[in-house]
Design a protein around this ligand. Structure first.
Ligand code: AMP
Ligand code: TRP
Length: 334
């Protein structure tokens, strides 16, 4: 069976982009693959300016709760917190000795995030993709569902795995990235040419999964559109309306063309009202389930500790195999 691994950072409240661009896909993949999903808390420590201990702890629980609420099934899949499985950190060291300074320095995400920060950039930010490589390779993942922006990181994981196998023998499976279709890219409601984002979007531009229905209706109604009145999908000419159509289609499962045809001619008001109601309806079961889980933190903790134990059953032998292949003396042997 295909093995799938993906992770998300507990770096802010999950929003509609995370749901339609990532989680919907994670949930669907459970039907046909062996899935492992991870709250990557170690990755969320790589930018000192954004790392506040109490917030990190809280967001880790919230993100795990969100994943459960959206339909990650802890019976069928493995759901765990990265720092609960120490093999990730240890494997990162092994890969640090295989990865090249040059290839890490050239990583687009590192370049972007370190720009203008001079010497204060953490070594962790530099090493981020190596930790990500450990996440993926420890589980022999075949497929890694991620956004387009992660393409280079997955290529690096392949390169490191391949180099390792070549030097030390066949230990790791080489993964491939799988990207959800372009239509699942959700744009900022106020600036529909930029991605909806935890860190970049304004309060009015982002729909958080736990926003209350009134807030959601207000945000959708004040979404930036254009001065015409026609409703059609054209990302270049009509980025705002196109984004709303894509969101509408994403939350209802109806084709974009059908929705456009249905609402064209009626003006933006009724169209936005319908989009808002559809988003609210889509989020309602998620929010109900989240509130239920939130009342029982002991149960969430139990599920996560079970997930970590199951993850370790896969990661520990892989790590032991890699250490042995590299010539590290197994404990108890001489
Ligand atoms: P982030 O919230 O940036 O940590 O992103 C986690 C994952 O959510 C990414 O790998 C994407 O797959 C997905 N994602 C984030 N923002 C969006 C968006 N605006 N549209 C679609 N998918 C998104
Ligand atoms: N870097 C990924 C992101 O920002 C998160 C991540 C960490 C990840 N480890 C992973 C994604 C392993 C897929 C597989 O979206």
């Amino acid at each position: 069976m295909t093995r799938v691994f993906s992770g998300m950072q507990p770096s802010g409240d999950p929003h509609l982009g995370n749901l339609l661009g990532a989680w919907v896909n994670w949930v669907a993949m459970q039907e046909a693959a062996d899935c492992i999903y991870c709250v990557v808390d170690l990755h969320a420590m790589t930018s000192p300016a954004e790392h506040e201990p109490e917030t990190l702890r809280q967001r880790t629980v919230e993100l795990a709760t969100g994943m459960l609420a959206v339909g990650v099934d802890p019976e069928r899949s493995i759901l765990f917190v990265q720092s609960h499985v120490h093999e990730h950190a240890e494997c990162t060291w092994l890969f640090n000795c295989v990865a090249g300074f040059g290839e890490l320095r050239k990583q687009p995400q590192f370049k972007e995030k370190s720009e203008g920060r001079g010497e204060s950039v953490s070594v962790g930010l530099f090493d981020y993709p190596v930790l990500q490589t450990a996440d993926i390779l420890l589980y022999h993942a075949d497929e890694v569902p991620v956004g387009e922006d992660q393409r280079h990181h997955i290529e690096l994981a392949r390169d490191i795995g391949q180099r390792f196998n070549h030097r030390f023998g066949d230990v790791f499976t080489l993964p491939r990235a799988v990207h959800p279709q372009a239509a699942s890219r959700v744009m900022d409601l106020q600036d529909p040419t930029s991605k909806m984002s935890k860190s970049q979007s304004s309060e009015k531009g982002i729909i958080r999964l736990l926003d209350d229905p009134k807030q959601i209706v207000k945000k959708v109604k004040s979404a930036v559109t254009d001065s015409a009145t026609d409703i059609r999908h054209d990302r270049t000419e009509k980025p705002g309306v196109s984004n709303l159509l894509e969101i509408f289609s994403g939350v209802t499962g109806e084709p974009i063309e059908k929705l456009a045809a249905e609402y064209d001619g009626g003006g933006y008001g009724p169209f936005k009202q319908a989009v808002a109601e559809a988003v609210v309806a889509r989020l309602e079961p998620f929010q109900d389930r989240y509130r239920e889980l939130e009342k029982d933190p002991a149960e969430v903790a139990r599920l996560l500790s079970e997930g970590a134990a199951r993850a370790r059953e896969i990661a520990a032998p892989t790590l032991a195999h890699a250490k042995q292949a590299m010539g590290l003396l197994p404990p108890g042997e001489a």
